[in-house]
Design a protein around this ligand. Structure first.
Ligand code: SF4
Ligand code: SF4
Length: 127
């Protein structure tokens, strides 16, 4: 059995910066999985929870207001900062950050040490 990849970030200590990304794509496969998890039709899910993206035919998740990042994915629980559709989340969310390090987490760790505040939430759009 392959060893799990060692990672240098901890999502449990992060307010889910990645969920503030404006363009979380929903592929046709994601759409099927998400609609099924809500026990509604794909058409209904698409209408209620997605909107058109910039690319032709692209659909993305809708956002809601957020106290930290302005807006975040509507499926993010504002209190727990956990994904409300974790088992059915889009591929884009499953894949992120695609490496052993997360840029935002590196920045967050640095800021928390600098501010001497383990709860500090760093605001940036540069990672
Ligand atoms: S921004 Fe990075 S550390 Fe934070 S929840 Fe997303 S992947 Fe995890
Ligand atoms: S579906 Fe879940 S993991 Fe993906 S952006 Fe929304 S809250 Fe975050």
């Amino acid at each position: 059995m392959r060893k799990p990849l060692k990672v240098f970030y901890n999502c449990a200590k992060c307010p889910a910066y990645c969920c503030s990304y404006e363009r979380i794509e929903v592929t046709p496969h994601d759409l099927r999985r998400l609609a099924k998890s809500f026990a509604i039709s794909q058409r209904e899910f698409k209408k209620k929870y997605t909107k058109k993206g910039e690319e032709k035919g692209e659909i993305i998740l809708r956002h809601k207001k957020d106290e930290h990042f302005g807006t975040v994915c509507q499926f993010l629980d504002s209190e727990t900062r956990m994904c409300g559709v974790y088992g059915a989340r889009p591929k884009a969310c499953r894949d992120y950050p695609k490496s052993a390090r997360c840029g935002y987490y590196e920045f967050l760790k640095f800021e928390r040490e600098w501010q001497d505040d383990p709860e500090y939430v760093a605001l940036t759009s540069n990672c």
